[in-house]
Design a protein around this ligand. Structure first.
Ligand SMILES: Nc1ncnc2c1ncn2[C@@H]1O[C@H](COP(=O)(O)OP(=O)(O)OP(=O)(O)O)[C@@H](O)[C@H]1O
Ligand SMILES: [Mg+2]
Length: 161
């Protein structure tokens, strides 16, 4: 388990954070984004995906549950906000999107954490004020620990600059 916090004081800084994350996530990473409405989960996802492939425009998946983006990585961006219960979770087939050949980014994983694979990076985002957010990173599993260590180094480099 690796964990650390990062404070972003602007949307631009959150975008830089996304760029740093994009350097290290791999074709089989699972990224869980937790946090209230309007904390920046979709904003962060947009910058991660844009860094992987600048031609991709990420839209919020709130109403469609999942978007698929094909680039050199196969990316799924999922929003579980509107999923009510475990039955819906299994029926919709979310687990089939989390595979060894997919980068899967999931907003609102809260209710379903125990049903997801137990190897992931989770980012818990909290609002400080209009323009500031705390990003609390935590990893589970050795592969995601390694990825998060690399992200931590890159984030430290952003802080120094
Ligand atoms: N430091 C910051 N980082 C990210 N977003 C910020 C920051 N400061 C202000 N914002 C604003 O917060 C909002 C975040 O919206 P976003 O859609 O990314 O949230 P979300 O967590 O995906 O919400 P939802 O749960 O409704 O899907 C945007 O309007 C963005 O401009
Ligand atoms: Mg969102």
């Amino acid at each position: 388990m690796i964990n650390f916090n990062y404070i972003s004081t602007s949307e631009k800084q959150t975008q830089l954070l996304g760029q740093a994350i994009a350097q290290f996530v791999t074709k089989d990473s699972l990224l869980l984004l937790k946090g209230d409405l309007g904390t920046g989960k979709t904003t962060l996802t947009q910058s991660i995906v844009k860094e992987i492939d600048s031609s991709i425009k990420v839209k919020s998946p709130t109403f469609v549950i999942a978007h698929e983006y094909r680039s050199e990585l196969l990316i799924y961006h999922v929003d579980l906000y509107r999923i009510e219960d475990e039955i819906d979770f299994y029926d919709i087939g979310i687990l089939e999107l989390i595979r060894e050949d997919t980068l899967c980014i999931i907003e609102w994983p809260d209710k379903f954490i125990d049903m997801l694979p137990q190897a992931y990076i989770i980012i818990d985002i909290e609002i400080v004020d209009d323009v500031s957010r705390v990003f609390k990173f935590l990893s589970k599993g050795t592969i995601h620990d390694k990825i998060l260590k690399n992200i931590q180094s890159a984030v430290n480099a952003i802080i120094k600059n």
